[in-house]
Design a protein around this ligand. Sequence first.
Ligand code: HEM
Length: 179
Amino acid sequence: MASNTNKYTLLMRILHWLIALLILGMIAVGWYMAGLPDEDPTKYDIYPVHKSIGISLLALIVLRLLVRFFSPIPKLPSELAGWEKILTKTTHFLLYLLMLLVPISGYLMSDFAGFPVEWFGIEVPGFVPDNMDNSEKALSAHGILPYILLGLVVLHVLGSLKHRFIDKDKNTDVLSRIL
Ligand code: HEM
């Protein structure tokens, strides 16, 4: 809901920073655990924690989309150039899409392989029949999508810093709206 407000609501701001921190942590942990040799027992101690936090993140991202739909959203500054508005909106759309696809691909990889997925010890119901081909497709997706998400996060951060520090005379600072 675009509105004349000049700041995101407190709940949107909390969800933004909480999800950002968890995603960056999950990418680091995922990269670390996937690189451990299969015979290293730590690898399989980290998996359930990664899965549990990943499922929590999926729930938080769905909550964030619902909250966003019903919250007043500040409009982009009118001083932004046309290409900047298009780039900003496309990046935001892709960030939301990837934030959903990354945990869903992780979940499907385990579910298609017939591995139980637990959320901090509580079994999460499976939805799909066992199928190793599909599990491998989900594994390939989950091996790439988190790094595309990371690239988008870098672009997103660079954009907000450009408006804060390089274009500071143009009244296009958007970082203050989410702090
Ligand atoms: C936003 C949430 C998530 C992020 C950012 C994330 C990120 C990652 C990353 C970066 C890797 C390493 C990929 C590689 O270099 O090969 C990885 C691996 C893995 N993830 Fe996730 N993940 C998320 C959610 C999930 C969920 C929900 C599950 C399962 C329920 C899951 C299960 C796994 C497993 C089993 C691996 C290891 C795959 C292998 O052994 O090669 N992830 N994750």
